[in-house]
Design a protein around this ligand. Sequence first.
Ligand SMILES: [Fe+2]
Length: 328
Amino acid sequence: MASLAVGSLAAYGADAAAGAVLFAPAGAQPLAWREGLAPKRVAIVGDVQRTGMLEMLLLGRHQNDAERVAVLRAIAEEGPEMLLMLGDQVVTGDGRAWEYFDSIMTPVRRAGIPVHGMLGNHDYEGEKTPACIENFSQRFPHQRDRVHGLTRLGPVALLTVDSNFPSLSDRQVQEQVRRYAQTLAELDAAPDVRCVIVASHHPPYTNSSLHSGTDLKQVEEMFAAPFLRARKTRLYLSGHVHSYERFVAEGSGKTFVVSGGGGGPRRTVDITEHRPYRNDAYREGTLRPFHFMVMTVHDDRLAFEVRMLVQRGAWRFRTGDIFDVRFT
Ligand SMILES: [Fe+2]
């Protein structure tokens, strides 16, 4: 197993021992992007939000500041050509929470890594929706006109959708479903597109006992079912569950990954014979490590390595899961 040592966290504004961020830069700090990106190596992380006060007090969930900083520092050291964030960048969508996000993203920003973000349910909380989206847009100004939708990454098409149904109007949901179906059809017909990745913050399938404002059955019907029917779709990414899961759809062999290991309070996954989905291809333990993924784009496949944090203090990562997603 490959391992990656992570150096001094204090250099990036966080005290690893105390788990405290020592500074918050003044004003919103925009992240990089470049049009026409065709990245060969992409890092993916989900759910870097802090644990809420009520979650800590009422539910006894941990605050993982040092782990979160370690994950983002490791991503910057990995030096990918792009970072995809699967939503829940912040615990609430207010300015203070986003200033904390600015702080922890310092190594990624200094490395000049282009970042594509998605909205999670926490990003919509604490403020009225326009204020939440404005705070998001200040960090992702290249997505100001369209947070979710199609992003072309060379021969790969990344299609992100907004699964935060309680924060959307019925009309917005229906319009998104219509556009989603139309875009999948256009990508299937496009000669220069070889592989389509779909990403929603909420997963259509999980073996965690998760309570969610979004009905995951609705995610399955609206997004996963058309994904399974489309021709070039190969990979469905999601976060929200603070764990790591990988499923392979029976019949089509298409891959579904749940990656929410960026620092939010960890949740267990059912690995008993009574688990809801038995097509899980990764079955290592119930409480899975903090992690991020590295995706390498080859001519005929996407190669994944999942970097899992295995040692607090030494801040070492190991490759915890390896898999390929093939396309023609
Ligand atoms: Fe979430």
